[in-house]
Write a protein that binds this ligand. Structure first.
Ligand code: FPP
Length: 248
């Protein structure tokens, strides 16, 4: 008798952290207070993912579209991200967490860019959890950049168009060299992907929860992982094929 689910801990979890604004509004507090609470969740979820043996945690911290928010909110978010990275870096090093920056990082204010770069550099040698911070990131931006670089290589003559395959595209994305997310979590109750990792989530398991990001803690992460473990991942094959492969 075989279990239906894959039973494994996801190697790569991606999270759309949503609901900071609503969390604050429910408490008659300003949106920036919701974002500040959201940073606490980033701390506890990163620690929990590391303790659970997750290898990659990819967080959608600031999207390309978030630049269109009111300037004061963008400033708050930038300030929070910069100060969080400064404050958290020593503990990330202690916990062997390796920071990767994904997105159009050059668009960030110079001092935030410098804080992030310092955090990335300080954790470069760490080989535990990979913490991917997506900042000024959107999937269409990433794919456009990839196509531009592939076209440039074709023009230079270093890449033949007929040799372009899925691996070529993978290797030109911000996630080059990383496994695709096994599990994508979205908090805050909305049922959409919002321009996040469109290529990479082709076969990810999706998990939507109404829990607002500031309320999302380690026990919620464990619930999501339990649901994942009970899913049967078929990657286009039949259930019978998957079961036979698990016997071998
Ligand atoms: C969505 O909530 C959340 C964001 C746009 C920002 C998430 C960023 C953080 C939690 C800070 C990240 C910090 C680090 C160090 C990575 P929302 O404002 O869209 O909420 P709403 O949908 O309820 O209005």
């Amino acid at each position: 008798m075989h279990e239906k689910g894959c039973g494994e801990t996801p190697r790569h979890i991606a999270i759309i952290m949503d609901g900071n604004g609503r969390w604050a509004r429910e408490r008659l507090r300003g949106r920036s207070e919701g974002h500040a609470e959201g940073v606490n969740s980033v701390h506890s979820i990163t620690k929990a993912a590391s303790d659970l043996g997750v290898k990659y945690l990819t967080l959608y911290a600031f999207s390309t579209e978030n630049w269109n928010r009111p300037a004061a909110e963008v400033d708050t978010l930038m300030h929070l991200i910069g100060s969080a990275i400064r404050k958290e870096t020593p503990e990330l090093v202690t916990n062997n967490v390796h920071i990767n920056l994904l997105g159009d990082i050059d668009r960030l204010p110079a001092e935030v860019h410098a804080d992030l770069e310092a955090g990335r550099k300080a954790t470069e040698h760490c080989d535990g959890l990979n913490l991917n911070l997506c900042l000024s990131y959107s999937s269409r931006w990433e794919l456009t950049e990839a196509v531009r670089r592939i076209a440039a290589e074709a023009k230079e003559g270093t890449l033949a168009p007929e040799d372009i395959d899925e691996q070529t595209i993978d290797s030109h994305l911000a996630t080059a060299g990383m496994p695709d997310p096994d599990l994508l979590i979205r908090t805050g109750g909305e049922l959409r992907i919002s321009n996040f990792l469109l290529w990479q989530i082709a076969y990810s398991e999706l998990y939507f929860t109404p829990v607002l990001w500031p309320d999302f803690g380690p026990s919620h992460l464990i619930d999501a992982i339990d649901v994942f473990r009970n899913r049967e991942r078929r990657f286009g094959k039949t259930s019978e094929q998957v079961k036979n492969e698990s016997i071998l």
